[in-house]
Design a protein around this ligand. Structure first.
Ligand SMILES: NC(=O)c1ccc[n+]([C@@H]2O[C@H](COP(=O)([O-])OP(=O)(O)OC[C@H]3O[C@@H](n4cnc5c(N)ncnc54)[C@H](OP(=O)(O)O)[C@@H]3O)[C@@H](O)[C@H]2O)c1
Length: 237
C-alpha cells in the first residue's frame, strides 16, 4: 500500500491532492495547524475515500512539530508540501512588517528544508514542494513570497542530489481558485476574469489541475530536481 503525507492538505491544492490520492487507493495523512480544519477535511474526504485518511496537527515552521511528525512514521512513500501562510505578506516592501516576511520564509522555505531534514531517514519515493508563479512573474507587491518560492527551486535541486535516490521536485502553480484568495482585499472574480483573458489557457487553474501534476511527478521515477510549471502559460504573458 502506497502512503503519502500532505503538509497543507486541509485546504485548497493540498485537499484536492488528498482527494486524488485517496481515490487511487493510497493511504493519506493530511497535516496543518488547525485541528478543526483538518477534521472538516477528513469528514469530507472519508465520503469518497478508497484509501485511509488520517490527520496530524503540526506547524511546518516549528522544528519540534516537523521532527515529531516524521518520528511517528516508520516509512512514507511520498511527501507533498503545500503549506504556506501568506497572511499580511502582500504589499509594497516598505509596508510589509519584517516579522511577517520572516514568518513567510520560516514556513515556506525553512519549513520545506525542515521537512527534507526530518523526512530524510523515512521517505522512500519523493518529496514535492509548491512554489508559485510570482517567483517568475513578480508584480511589485509580493517580493518576499517570490523570493521564498524562487529559493524552493534551489532547495529541491540540492535535496535531489543529497537525498538521492529519493526524488525531490517543485510544482509551480499559476493562479488557482482556492481559499487563499479570500484573505486578499480584492475583487477576486474580476481579477480572475482579467487574468483568464491574458493566459494562453484562457482560464484560471483549479486545485485539481495542480493535484494531477503532483501525482504525475510522484509517480514518474525519472523526474527529479525539476520545477514543473502548471500555470496555464502565465510565464509566457
Ligand atoms: N492558490 C493560488 O493561486 C496559488 C498560486 C501559486 C502558488 N500557490 C501555492 O500553493 C500552495 C497551496 O496554496 P492554496 O492556495 O492551496 O492555499 P490554502 O487553501 O490557504 O491552503 C494552505 C494550507 O496550508 C496550511 N498551512 C498554512 N500554514 C501552515 C503551517 N505553518 N504549517 C502547516 N500547515 C500550514 C493551511 O492550514 P492551517 O491554516 O490549518 O495550518 C492550509 O490547509 C501554497 O504554497 C501557495 O503559496 C497557490
Amino acid at each position: 500500500m502506497t502512503n503519502a503525507m500532505i503538509i497543507g492538505g486541509g485546504s485548497g491544492i493540498g485537499l484536492a491532492l488528498a482527494r486524488t490520492m485517496l481515490a487511487e487507493g493510497m493511504d493519506v495523512t493530511i497535516v496543518g495547524r488547525s485541528a478543526d480544519r483538518l477534521a472538516a477535511a477528513q469528514a469530507e474526504l472519508e465520503r469518497a475515500a478508497q484509501g485511509k485518511i488520517s490527520t496530524v496537527p503540526a506547524d511546518i515552521g516549528r522544528e519540534e512539530d516537523v521532527a515529531e511528525l516524521f518520528a511517528r512514521v516508520e516509512r512514507v512513500d511520498h511527501v507533498a508540501v503545500t503549506a504556506a501562510d501568506a497572511t499580511g505578506v502582500y504589499g509594497r516592501i516598505t509596508d510589509v512588517a519584517t516579522a511577517t516576511a520572516r514568518a513567510m520564509v520560516d514556513t515556506k522555505l525553512l519549513g520545506a528544508w525542515l521537512v527534507g531534514k526530518h523526512a530524510a531517514e523515512r521517505v522512500t519515493g519523493s518529496i514535492t514542494y509548491t512554489s508559485g508563479i510570482n517567483a517568475y512573474r513578480p508584480n511589485g507587491s509580493n517580493t518576499i513570497v517570490a523570493a521564498a518560492n524562487g529559493a524552493l527551486a534551489s532547495l529541491a535541486y540540492g535535496l535531489a542530489i543529497e537525498l538521492a535516490p529519493v526524488r525531490v521536485n517543485v510544482i509551480s502553480p499559476g493562479w488557482v481558485d482556492t481559499p487563499v484568495w479570500n484573505q486578499l482585499n480584492i475583487d477576486k472574480q474580476a481579477a480572475f476574469a482579467e487574468m483568464a483573458e491574458r493566459l494562453p489557457a484562457r482560464r484560471i487553474g483549479t486545485p485539481d489541475d495542480i493535484a494531477q501534476a503532483f501525482v504525475s511527478v510522484m509517480r514518474n521515477g525519472f523526474i527529479t530536481g525539476t520545477v514543473l510549471h502548471v500555470d496555464g502559460g502565465h510565464r509566457l504573458t
